[in-house]
Design a protein around this ligand. Structure first.
Ligand SMILES: Cc1ncc(COP(=O)(O)O)c(C=O)c1O
Length: 387
């Protein structure tokens, strides 16, 4: 197929994606196609990215001069890109998790693409939840280890596979998310810890959508479920509730040493700009204190979950809500309809989600008001069981 034919096919399937210019406006609002809309697509869960007070406090606390801070790192962390800020950020993260070490990456994508290929070999097995994020899937694809996907959050199936296969492999990694990115459902990490212990596996948990939000200190679902010290690799991303960029892995000291030596997505990429690492450090230092934001997000989520359940949707007790549509083109139409009414939401379609499960993914942020959501509810149709 020519490139043009491929584009035509993508369009016919209702799967066309395009880059759109969206500008932040005040609070949870943004400007899209010249119209101000409530932004229901952002992962800025605590509403920090555009918080004027916070930005001012950051600039005042740092008193930046052009000599004191750089806007580019100019080389990788293993060369000269590894400023003191990296060390400070990793120390802060390790301390807050009560862990031996933390390792910082340029993004969650870099972390998930790099860690598993660095730690696994031919005699190993990776068992991943069927709905794991693309970055984990892509990382696993680079591994030499065997790979089996178990049904979404079906820990009984996971145990069955382990009972049959454990003796065939050297190391086995169980890989999952804590709060799932496209469904917003919440994993039972204690169950996974028990399975990991029973079958002598390693547990890798991607907390991208839970860090900042879950747990009284915002450390994630592992804090809320009290299993921080029982997970071998916790990955958190900074691009969502942390309102920055980057990711971290909470690991043992020896694992960190090994990863620094082996992770290609850490070794062969330019470090993040110091100016950005300074912002990241500032947010991490303040993360425990964002209690009001976490409470507001919880109140908004409870309200919205309730309203969507009344309309027949299967939504879970979190800040991410799938408004399930099924058909790709219908999802596009519904998103456009909501946009016209002042609500920015985009359709999520395959391959991001399984075929026939196109949806609108509503994500809430703490800078929204209850009245914003009250206005949205009448525009969401009742759930139709058509997919
Ligand atoms: C579960 C999960 N892990 C990792 C990532 C990638 O993180 P980043 O945006 O920092 O690359 C995402 C991004 O959406 C995600 O949803």
């Amino acid at each position: 197929m020519t490139f043009d034919e491929q584009i035509t096919q993508i369009k016919e399937l209702g799967l066309m994606r395009e880059l759109r210019a969206v500008e932040p406006a005040v609070g949870a609002y943004c400007t899209y196609k010249g119209q101000t809309m409530l932004n229901l697509t952002s992962n800025d869960y605590l509403g920090l990215a555009n918080n004027q007070k916070l930005k001012k406090a950051f600039l005042q606390a740092n008193d930046f001069t052009t000599e004191a801070i750089s806007f580019g790192a100019s080389s990788s962390r293993l060369l000269t890109g590894n400023t003191n800020l990296y060390d400070e950020v990793e120390t802060l993260l390790a301390q807050s998790y009560g862990a031996e070490a933390a390792l910082f990456f340029n993004s969650g994508y870099h972390a998930n693409m790099g860690i598993l290929p660095a730690l696994t070999g031919k005699k190993d097995l990776i068992l991943s939840d069927k709905l794991c994020h693309a970055s984990l899937i892509d990382g696993i694809r680079l591994c030499q280890a065997d790979h089996i996907r178990y049904r979404h959050m079906d820990h009984e199936q996971l145990k069955t596979i382990l009972t049959r296969k454990r003796h065939l492999y050297n190391r086995i990694f169980i890989v999952t998310e804590s709060v799932f990115s496209m469904d917003g459902d919440i994993n039972n990490l204690q169950q996974l810890v028990d399975i990991k212990n029973q079958f002598d596996c390693m547990l890798y948990v991607d907390e991208a959508h839970a860090v900042g939000v879950s747990g009284s200190k915002g450390l994630g679902l592992c804090e809320e479920q009290n299993v921080i010290d029982q997970i071998d690799i916790i990955v958190g991303t900074l691009g969502k509730a942390y309102a920055s960029i980057g990711a971290f892995a909470i690991v043992s000291k020896s694992l960190k040493q090994l990863l620094v030596n082996k992770v290609r997505t850490l070794i062969y990429t330019t470090a993040l700009p110091p100016i950005n690492m300074a912002w990241t450090k500032f947010i991490i230092e303040n993360m425990t204190g964002f209690v009001t934001e976490r409470e507001q997000l919880k109140a908004l989520s409870d309200f919205m979950v309730d309203k969507l359940q009344v309309k027949g949707y299967m939504v879970h007790n979190s800040h991410i809500m799938p408004v399930m549509v099924g058909d790709n083109k219908v999802a596009v139409q519904l998103a456009e309809h909501l946009q016209k009414k002042g609500f920015l939401v985009f359709p999520i379609r395959p391959p991001t989600v399984p075929v026939n499960t196109a949806r609108l993914r509503i994500s809430l942020t703490a800078d929204m008001k209850l009245t914003d959501l009250e206005k949205l509810i009448p525009f969401i149709p009742d759930y139709k069981n058509e997919y």
